[in-house]
Design a binder for this molecule. Structure first.
Ligand code: IPM
Ligand code: MG
Length: 365
């Protein structure tokens, strides 16, 4: 029997509620496919700050390093407390260091529009029908991590952030994007801003070299402003979108709402496999925390990605994805999904949605 050690970083506000449902689903899937999972709950973000005055204590990183994969809930606090030191430094104190420490340079964010949810999209159903795109975002370099300055010059404040990429950093993620495209619809679109930014010119040159090594994959290029527009006008044209850290941050939020709710989507952050970090792409939603209202699907689908990429079991991943899809197709909706025209559909809470998915998983052959 294979054993996997999973580090759990439950996160803030709705984090622990949705991660609890994901853990329930993980137990069932492990049993179903004959694996064993040992869970380690690790202290980070708000919880760690209250206890130790830091968001990512060394003992958490040390224990996380012993794990095969990390399952993470959203980190962060309510908008009215954003200047409180407990929340002001979550990004720089925990989220970015986690990515850097584990060299998680590949961030995968997939958007699919399920037939059952077409009407939830803010975009017309004819446009979003069948959308299935994967954003491959560079996650450990670029403007997020480049040199920063702040100074006073001629009596006024001035600040800068530098976008720096090395050829090797672009090549390694471009290679991933082409490899993923081969398992999908064989198309890669590079998104950058090569008409203005020198770093984007390098992205384009290096990616063209990689494209030449993979002639069976269709390759095209869009400037980021046009890509933002195309995501709304004609999102079906995309299969794999390859892009840098900053553009990937923005475009992945935009892409996620094509499906109607950001509450549905997981992400995988990968470096040297099989280790990976899996988490919802949405935030900690303080306003609905503790009320059994949050949608646990993004956390549950994060577990699916963990089985696919870290535990090398595409069948376990697919079993979870099919269970989620079956429950949504039957019409069950959490609050975020109960859009207009859905009044007669049942609305379920966080725990009930978790239970429905567990039952659907047990019923699958
Ligand atoms: C994301 C988030 C993070 C990012 C923040 C919280 C640092 O927006 O994962 O997309 O910008 O990468
Ligand atoms: Mg973001």
């Amino acid at each position: 029997m294979r054993t996997h050690r999973i580090g759990i970083l439950s996160g803030d506000y709705i984090g622990p509620e949705i991660i609890a449902e994901a853990v329930k689903v993980n137990e069932v899937v492990a049993e179903k496919f004959g694996h064993r999972c040992d869970l380690e709950y690790l202290e980070a973000s708000g919880q760690a700050y209250d206890k130790y005055g830091e968001h990512l204590p060394k003992h958490t990183l040390d224990r996380a390093s012993q794990c095969d994969a990390l399952l993470k809930g959203p980190f962060g606090g309510p908008p009215e407390e954003l200047n409180h030191p407990k929340w002001a430094n979550v990004e720089k104190g925990a989220i970015l260091p986690l990515r850097k420490h584990f060299n998680l340079y590949t961030n995968l964010r997939e958007t699919r529009v399920l037939p059952a949810l077409e009407d939830l999209s803010p975009i017309k159903a004819d446009i979003v029908r069948g959308v299935n795109l994967l954003i491959v975002r560079e996650l450990t370099s670029g403007i997020y991590f480049g040199p920063k300055t702040s100074r006073v010059i001629n009596g006024e404040r001035e600040s800068s952030d530098l976008e720096v990429y090395r050829e090797s950093e672009i090549r390694r993620i471009a290679l991933k994007a082409f490899a993923y495209a081969k398992t999908r619809r064989n198309k890669v679109t590079l998104v950058a801003k090569s008409n203005v930014l020198t770093s984007s010119v390098l992205w384009r040159e290096v990616t063209l070299e990689v494209a030449a090594e993979h002639p069976e994959v269709e390759f095209d290029y869009l400037h980021v402003d046009n890509a933002a527009m195309q995501l709304v006008l004609n999102p079906r044209q995309f299969d794999v979108i390859l892009t840098n850290n900053m553009f990937g941050d923005i475009l992945s939020d935009e892409a996620s709402v094509l499906s109607g709710s950001i509450g549905l989507f997981p992400s995988a952050s990968l470096g040297d496999l099989p280790f990976g970090l899996y988490e919802p792409i949405h935030g900690s939603a303080p306003s609905i925390a503790g009320k059994n209202l949050a949608n646990p699907i993004s956390a549950i689908l994060s577990v699916a990605l963990m089985w696919r990429y870290s535990f090398d079991s595409d069948e376990a991943a697919r079993a979870i994805e099919e269970a989620v899809s079956a429950v949504l197709t039957k019409g069950y909706r959490t609050l975020d999904l109960a859009g207009a025209g859905d009044q007669d559909r049942p609305t379920v809470g966080t725990k009930e949605m978790g239970d429905l998915i567990v039952n659907a998983l047990r019923e699958e052959k």
